[in-house]
Design a protein around this ligand. Structure first.
Ligand code: ZN
Length: 403
C-alpha cells in the first residue's frame, strides 16, 4: 500500500511540475457540458437529402442523432452544399432549396424533440435551455444564388445564416482556392458582401482564393469567419489559412473554425492524399462528367468509390487538431478560434475524433494541455456567438441607416 501511495505521489508531483493534472471522466464531462459546442460545418445533409434517416444510429459516416447526443453537441450548422456541377444548366438554386428542405423537413421536421431551427445567437441559447440541439444552415458555394441578390434574400428568409462564397469552383463574382491564380471579388461580389452585411448573414471565407479573402476583409462591415479551415503553417494546403490571414481575420474580430479533415490538420496526410494530387482531381472530374446522365444512385456509388481511393495513406491524430487550436491561440489569441469539423464532408478524420460522439476526447486533450474551462467555452461556441451577434448588430445598424 505504501509503495502504491508513493507511486501515486510521484505521478501527481510530476504532473504538477508540468503544470498539469489528471482529469476524471466526470470532470471532463462537466467542462464539456458547460460549453455550448457549435460545430459550424457538417455535411451529413448530402446524405439526408438522398434519404438517410438521421435518427438512426449507423455504423458508417460521422453523424447521427444518437452520436450527436453522446458528443454533447449544442448547435450544428448544416451545410447547404451545392456542388460546382450544378452550375451547368442553372440548377444551383434548385439544389440549394432542396438542401434547405432536408434540414427543415428531414432533420428538424422529423425530429422536433431533438432539433430546433435557430437563426440568431439568442435562439441558440434558448434551444439549448430546452435541452435540444440547435440546427442552423450555411450555404456552401456562392453560385447557389445564381448571381441574384433577390435569391440571396430568399435564402436568408428561409433561415440561412452564413454563405461560403465559393466551393472548389470560382463563380462569376468570387475566386476559389480550388483554382490556380483565381481572381478576387468583382464589383457585384462586393455588392453580395454588402447585402449579406445588411441582412445579417455571416460571410464565410473558407474555400475562397487568397485574393478573394483580402477583398472580403476590405469590403465587409461586419466580422467575417472561416467555417471550416485550418492553419497553413502546419499543413500547407490552399484550403488552409496563412498566419497573416488568421491575424487579419482576428483584427476584424472574426474567427477561424478548425477543420478536422486529416489533410487539413496533418502535413503528412496532405502529402499522402491523392485528393491533392492534380492527376487524381482530373480523374474525379472526368468520371463525374462521364456519369452526368446516370441515376443519382449510380453517381453516388461512383463518387464513394473515388473518395475511397482519394483517402490519404497517413491518418491524423487528435493531437493534430489540438496543435491547430494552439497555433491560432499563439499567433492571434484564444478569442479567434473555434470548431468547424467538416464531419461527413471529409473522408478521413483523426484517430480519437472519429465522429461527432468523440468531442469529449477533445475537451480532455485541451484540459490536459492546460486550457481552462472558460477558454474551452470560448473555443467551442463563445467566439462564434460573438461573431454572430456582431453580424446581427451590423445588420440592425445598416437597416436603421437606410430607413
Ligand atoms: Zn467545404
Amino acid at each position: 500500500m505504501k509503495i502504491i501511495l508513493t507511486l501515486l505521489w510521484l505521478v501527481s508531483s510530476v504532473n504538477a511540475q508540468q503544470g498539469r493534472r489528471q482529469w476524471s471522466e466526470a470532470e471532463v464531462l462537466d467542462v464539456h457540458r458547460s460549453a455550448i459546442l457549435i460545430d459550424t460545418h457538417n455535411d451529413v445533409t448530402s446524405a439526408t437529402v438522398a434519404g438517410l434517416d438521421l435518427g438512426k444510429r449507423r455504423a458508417e459516416g460521422h453523424t447521427d442523432l444518437p452520436r450527436l447526443r453522446e458528443g454533447g453537441v449544442g448547435a450544428v450548422f448544416f451545410a447547404v452544399f451545392v456542388a460546382g456541377s450544378y452550375v451547368e444548366g442553372n440548377r444551383s438554386a434548385r439544389r440549394a432549396l432542396e438542401m434547405i428542405d432536408t434540414v427543415r423537413h428531414d432533420i428538424v421536421g422529423r425530429y422536433p424533440d431533438a432539433f430546433e431551427l435557430a437563426v440568431t445567437a439568442d435562439q441558440i441559447l434558448e434551444v439549448r435551455k430546452r435541452g435540444k440541439i440547435a440546427a442552423l444552415m450555411g450555404i456552401e458555394g456562392g453560385h447557389a444564388i445564381e448571381d441574384s441578390l433577390r435569391l440571396l434574400r430568399d435564402f436568408y428568409a428561409l433561415g440561412v445564416r452564413y454563405m461560403t462564397l465559393t466551393h472548389s469552383n470560382s463563380n462569376n463574382w468570387a475566386g476559389s482556392s480550388g483554382e490556380l491564380n483565381a481572381p478576387g471579388l468583382t464589383n457585384f461580389g462586393k455588392e453580395v458582401i454588402r447585402e449579406m452585411n445588411r441582412l445579417g448573414m455571416m460571410v464565410d471565407i473558407s474555400h475562397v482564393s487568397d485574393k478573394t479573402f483580402w477583398d472580403v476583409l476590405e469590403t465587409s462591415q461586419a466580422p467575417v469567419f472561416a467555417s471550416h479551415s485550418s492553419c497553413r503553417a502546419i499543413s500547407p494546403i490552399p484550403r488552409n489559412m496563412s498566419d497573416e490571414m488568421i491575424q487579419a481575420l482576428a483584427r476584424k474580430n472574426g474567427v477561424i473554425q478548425i477543420n478536422f479533415g486529416c489533410e487539413f490538420v496533418n502535413a503528412d496526410s496532405a502529402k499522402s492524399s491523392p485528393m491533392f494530387d492534380p492527376a487524381m482531381r482530373e480523374k474525379m472530374s472526368k468520371v463525374m462528367a462521364e456519369m452526368k446522365d446516370k441515376s443519382p444512385e449510380e453517381r453516388r456509388a461512383a463518387m464513394r468509390k473515388l473518395y475511397g481511393e482519394a483517402r490519404p495513406r497517413v491518418r491524423a491524430k487528435l493531437a493534430d487538431v489540438v496543435a491547430h487550436i494552439d497555433h491560432v491561440v499563439r499567433i492571434a489569441g484564444v478569442d479567434y478560434v473555434g470548431i468547424g469539423s467538416d464531419f461527413d464532408g471529409v473522408g478521413c478524420v483523426p484517430e480519437g475524433l472519429d465522429d461527432v460522439s468523440k468531442f469529449p476526447n477533445l475537451t480532455r486533450a485541451l484540459l490536459e494541455k492546460g486550457y481552462s474551462a472558460e477558454q474551452i467555452r470560448k473555443i467551442y461556441g463563445g467566439n462564434l456567438m460573438r461573431v454572430m451577434r456582431e453580424v446581427e448588430k451590423t445588420a440592425q445598424r445598416m437597416k436603421a441607416r437606410s430607413d
